[in-house]
Design a protein around this ligand. Structure first.
Ligand code: AMP
Length: 211
């Protein structure tokens, strides 16, 4: 099954991606995570990415499309995958369609901007494995420590309020048009992302069962 998770930053896509990945037994391709890993590795490409991510801008389409194309060539993607954070522009969606054909569903995480800005305050990410948490809505078992690998939980540099506003503006301008793109293809499924983690998973599963 090929599933795309659409929605603003902080809507809960990363958390649901991990849960759905276990249920469907397909890998998550999270472009934000791939990009953060490249930055951590200190590579030249990573340094280029950093100039965009730290200020909340999108990495150029060609670079992201190439990252995804390379990841899709791995054997573990043969049975499908969950795309988290890609595509983020119409150009990326078109390039992806040319390379992978039709998807099964695009789950659209619906949430107001005001709620997102409030949620970002509490968002934390594992510095070692990238798993996302939220101090209130999705807390780790031990404060500050990743449930999965024991790594330290940190706030992302791009989760600062000014950067969040910039990312939301870009989301509305460049990513929101993807709703129509997938609606026209009969693939868009709306999720009420204000609900609890468990309730959002249930909505997603219901949607995928009907896909
Ligand atoms: P995320 O973790 O999905 O919020 O991604 C973090 C950052 O990585 C974004 O703010 C962008 O700078 C970059 N990024 C991730 N995915 C994409 C994408 N599909 N297109 C362009 N930039 C991306």
């Amino acid at each position: 099954m090929k599933v795309i998770l659409l929605g603003a930053p902080g809507a809960g896509k990363g958390t649901q991606a991990e849960l759905l990945s276990k249920r469907l037994n397909v890998p998550v391709i999270g472009t934000g995570n791939i990009i953060r890993e490249a930055i951590r590795s200190g590579s030249t490409l990573g340094q280029r990415f950093r100039s965009y991510t730290d200020s909340g801008k999108l990495v150029p389409d060609e670079l992201v499309v190439e990252l995804v194309a390379e990841r899709l060539r791995s054997d573990d993607c043969e049975g499908g995958y969950i795309l988290d954070g890609f595509p983020r522009t119409i150009a990326q969606a078109e390039a992806f369609e040319r390379m992978a054909g039709q998807i099964d569903a695009a789950l659209n995480f619906e949430l107001d901007d005001a709620v997102i800005v409030a949620r970002m305050e509490g968002r934390r990410i594992c510095a070692r494995c990238g798993l996302p948490f939220h101090v209130e809505h999705n807390p780790p078992k031990v404060a500050g420590v990743c449930d999965a690998c024991g790594g330290e939980l940190q706030q992302r540099i791009d989760d600062k309020p000014e950067t969040v506003r910039q990312r939301l503006a870009i989301y509305h301008e460049q990513t929101k048009p993807l709703e129509d793109f997938y609606r026209e293809r009969g693939k868009l499924c709306a999720l009420d992302a204000t609900q609890s983690v468990e309730a959002v998973t249930r909505q997603a599963v219901d949607c995928l069962e009907g896909a």
